[in-house]
Ligand binder design. Structure first.
Ligand code: N01
Length: 872
């Protein structure tokens, strides 16, 4: 039942219609359906003469979806799910177009769609608080809300090939294929490009053409689609409970229900790995290969095993070894350019009339009137098919002259890459929405699921505004900057930014190199959108008769991989250590350490014993590859003086060794509660003295000794520096304190803000302190080095703190106090990290930059104290 619209339409100052939507594809049709039911007057503008969007235009031979049609279909209408049966696993373009036509008919959508009309401009009129939308028919439509539902891959890229308009034969663009049948029989045909479109079209064109020449600049990874009827298992899985199936899709990472792997590729034997790849290969499922192991998208070595497996398949299909090799992708990691599914693609190159031109070896010079000239050949053709792709994600949006507040052009605002909040809106452009816009999962997901989610979110927002008497909404610059950062943070922990892909805008000359979609997954993304709403529309500013309101802020501040680790800990129900006995806590720490990636290879690892303050201590030496002597870093592990050992910090020590080029001597020390304060620091100091005295025997360079420690180990490192200073030696050239304990004050702001939910809790720190030191001892500088009366004349320091760590503020306080005392101290504050981030080598990838800085700092410490180089 319709209640009341946001504002009456019509009149000289009011809008003609409440919502204008650009595009009548999957997104525009569902948006129209939804808004109409909610009582918003809506007009859809579509340049084609019918519905369909991308499926209207992309009617090249062989065009079909490569997400299974059961998944690639609307969920909003359960009746539709019953009445429409897909004839194939992967529906053809005509079938999908028929489906969309059926939806339009069923819900009588066409009456609100203005076809054969292109939106040319949309300007925000701040005085009237509405958009003035101009079309190529010369009319202006005033609307309150302007929505681009124009698709992510809808604006074909202008061919960036010299002479592209000179060709006198037939030219075709896969993204704008004619509606009349095209017959290539008896013709000499060229196809330029080997992306998804070309890979689908080439086998079909080859069936007709007399000669087919494929011009390939970058080979792509493709696998057989294994198309056929919808499998009985898939259909049964859906039919058993369609609502549950759709719900699972919404809560999945890709918009298609699937279990995600936890195992890493190099954790299993080669045979096991290959068996998994073979199964994925045979499945004909686009996403199966990336879902074989957890680290395919992030770990170069893991990814390379997939690449080599797939190259092996290409070599086994294509008979001519030179052609096979040219078809093998070698310049990008699997998945970082969108992979393809095909039917007989590689087999087609075994046909005698099909040829491959490798443009890396023989680039196109120009297109001529009769064909294509490469550096070494002149080819003549009757037809050229341009399968050269799209100006993806932003192209269609900025193709319209969109101007927001103060007449700022969207194209100008996005010149260095799109800036959006949640991929839904952009600041300075009130009441302007993008469906599956940049910064949302969009092209990295099942588009239909992502479209429905955006439409539902937008619709709910408009209802909220109507109920609250609000006229305008737009994201705040703070929220937008935070989201852009989060989108980039996520991309940066993957291999995606390394490829020249359209995901990166790299296929369009001059386009900013920015990762365009959101790679965090449909599930995580949906949570962020819903959370923003639940937090009073966090990051959105509203205005209108109902009053201005804004809960400004950033929706995701924790680094993405930190969030994933925390999620996994929750999922596996890892108990809080402070609820366990010491023995149980130690056992759990050991068990968890065994599951981690091993860290990098070093030259040599040797265990030994040295004399501690009250008996022998074990140590583990990590030597860099290459001839010594090397400087030495004495390392103290973390674990709250209670837990841990060489194994617990082994990957971190390896990483430190590789990055610093120094020998790392990881020293054990007596643990509490068996040996309470000051046993740990006394052992630490004894160890440093012994190592300094025995540096040469350890392969070290005498006089070049630094200390480093994490957490409680950072506490020991800091105290040892003070003890060495007070004892007159040994000389320590630098100290790296990684999220150290420096004080026994539990009231600092970071204890309050980060006391729960980020791994190390305030209550666990108290548990550690209780085991380690009596309250009376805690303020002693050997327990709380921040409380030392004198902090001068200490070694240069790098103090690393993490934003979401209860210990953050005491680390920062120590860095500041050192600097105040005249010590050369640098504070590295790690954005979005938690207490355990730094030692989590190859797990928290986003902390790799901070680990690199530690390596650099250590090198600098040694460089500073190194004797002048003696030239021989
Ligand atoms: O476009 P593309 P597409 N000289 O950009 C080459 C979706 N889709 O239309 O990689 C020579 O992938 C270019 O070479 P390079 C899907 O998401 C889905 O095929 O830039 N070559 C590349 O080989 C897909 O990813 C489906 O070196 C030039 C090709 O042209 C996206 O749409 C089907 C060139 C373009 O490939 C786009 O696919 C179809 C030049 N100047 C599409 N410029 C399904 O669902 C470009 N190229 C199955």
């Amino acid at each position: 039942m319709v209640t009341r619209v946001i504002s009456a339409t019509g009149g000289p100052t009011g809008p003609d219609v409440e919502v204008v939507v650009v595009g009548a594809g999957f997104a525009g049709l569902y948006l129209l359906y939804r808004l109409r039911r909610l009582g918003f007057s809506t007009k859809v503008i579509e340049s084609a003469d019918d519905v369909g969007g991308t499926w209207y235009w992309n009617r090249y031979p062989g065009a079909r979806c490569d997400v299974e049609s059961i998944d690639y279909s609307y969920s909003f209408d359960p009746e539709l799910e019953k009445e429409w049966q897909w004839s194939e696993r992967y529906a053809t373009q005509p079938e999908i177009l028929r489906y969309l036509g059926h939806v339009a008919d069923k819900h009588d959508l066409r009456r609100d769609i203005q076809f054969c009309t292109r939106v040319e401009a949309a300007h925000w009129d701040g005085d009237a608080a509405l958009w003035r939308v101009r079309t190529d028919r010369g009319d202006e439509i005033r609307c309150r809300f302007y929505v681009m539902a124009s698709g992510c891959l809808s604006l074909p890229k202008t061919p960036d090939i010299a002479g592209a308009d000179r060709f006198k034969g037939e030219s075709y663009y896969t993204g704008r294929w004619p509606h009349e049948p095209v017959d290539f029989s008896g013709k000499r045909v060229a196809v330029i490009g080997t992306g998804s479109s070309a890979i689908q079209a080439i086998p079909i064109i080859a069936q007709q053409a007399a000669e087919l020449t494929v011009f390939q600049r970058t080979p792509n990874f493709s696998r057989p689609a294994k198309n056929g009827p919808v499998s009985a298992a898939k259909k049964a899985g859906f039919d058993a409970n369609p609502r549950a199936y759709r719900e699972a899709a919404k809560l999945s990472a890709s918009g298609i229900p699937r279990e995600l792997p936890l195992m890493r590729a190099l954790q299993v034997s080669a045979a096991e790995r290959l068996a998994k790849y073979e199964e994925a290969y045979q499945s004909g499922d686009l996403l199966a290969m990336s879902a074989t192991f957890a680290d395919i998208g992030a770990n170069p070595e893991a990814n390379e095993t997939v690449c080599e497996f797939l190259r092996g398949k290409i070599r086994s299909i294509v008979r001519d070894p030179e052609t096979a090799e040219a078809l093998c992708p070698k310049n990008h990691f699997y998945g970082t350019k969108r992979p393809c599914l095909d039917t007989n693609y590689y087999e087609t190159f075994n046909l005698p009339h099909v040829h491959l031109v490798d443009l890396r070896k023989d680039p196109i010079r120009t297109i001529t009137e009769v064909g294509i000239d490469t550096a070494s050949h002149s080819f003549e053709f009757d037809a050229i098919v341009f399968a050269t792709g799209f100006d993806a994600m932003t192209g269609a949006i900025v193709a319209v002259d969109v101007k927001g507040r103060e007449g700022v052009a969207l194209a100008a605002k996005w010149a260095d890459g799109p800036k959006t909040y949640l991929g839904l809106m952009t600041s300075g452009f009130p009441n302007f929405f993008t469906i599956t816009g940049p910064g949302s999962p969009s092209v990295l997901s099942n588009m239909v699921v992502s479209i429905e989610q955006h439409v539902d979110w937008l619709s709910a927002c408009l209802v909220y505004m109507r109920d609250e008497h609000l006229t305008t909404v737009e994201p705040t610059p703070v929220a937008e900057a935070g989201w852009v950062q989060h989108v980039n943070d996520f991309a940066d922990i993957t291999l995606f930014p390394r490829a020249n892909s359209w995901y990166m805008g790299a296929n369009v000359p001059g386009k900013a190199r920015v990762f365009l979609p959101y790679i965090g997954g449909v599930d995580r993304y949906r949570k962020a959108c819903d959370e923003a709403v639940r937090s009073g529309y966090l990051g959105f500013a509203f205005d209108g008769p109902g009053g201005a309101r804004c809960n400004d802020g950033v929706i995701r501040r924790v680094q993405p991989d930190v969030a994933i680790v925390l999620e996994l800990m929750q999922q596996f129900g890892v108990p809080a250590l402070d609820t366990l006995s010491v023995a149980e806590a130690r056992a759990l720490t050991v068990a968890m350490a065994a599951q981690r990636p091993p860290g990098p290879q070093v030259g040599e690892v040797v265990d030994g014993r040295l004399p501690g303050a009250a008996g022998p201590l074990t140590y583990r030496v990590y030597r860099p590859a290459g001839a010594g002597p090397h400087p030495i870093v004495v390392y103290f592990h973390g674990g709250g003086w209670v837990l841990g050992g060489h194994d617990s910090d082994d990957p971190f020590c390896r990483d430190l060794c590789v990055r610093s080029g120094a020998i790392i001597v990881s020293v054990d020390y007596r643990h509490a509660p068996e040996s309470r304060f000051p046993a740990a620091v006394d052992d630490g100091f004894a160890a440093v003295r012994w190592i300094a005295a025995n540096a040469a025997a350890l392969g070290g360079r005498p006089g070049q000794l630094a200390v480093c420690g994490w957490s409680a180990g950072g506490n020991i490192a800091a105290v040892v520096c003070q003890m060495a200073r007070d004892a007159g030696g040994p000389r320590i050239v630098g100290q790296v304190l990684v999220t150290p304990v420096t004080d026994c004050d539990f009231t600092r702001e970071s204890y309050v803000a980060n006391g729960e939910g980020y791994g190390l809790t305030a209550s666990l720190i108290r548990w550690f302190w209780d085991h380690y030191a009596d309250p009376a001892d805690r303020p002693h500088p050997k327990a709380s080095p921040l409380r030392a009366a004198d902090l001068s004349n200490l070694p240069p320091a790098l103090v690393v703190t993490c934003e979401f760590d209860p210990l953050r503020d005491e680390g920062a306080a120590y860095a500041a106090a050192l600097a105040e005392a005249g010590v050369e101290a640098r504070h590295l504050a790690c954005r979005g990290q938690m207490h355990t981030s730094l030692p989590s080598v190859d797990v928290i990838l986003s902390a790799a930059a901070a680990r690199a800085e530690i390596g650099t700092a250590l090198r600098r410490f040694f460089g500073r104290s190194a004797p002048p180089a003696v030239e021989s």
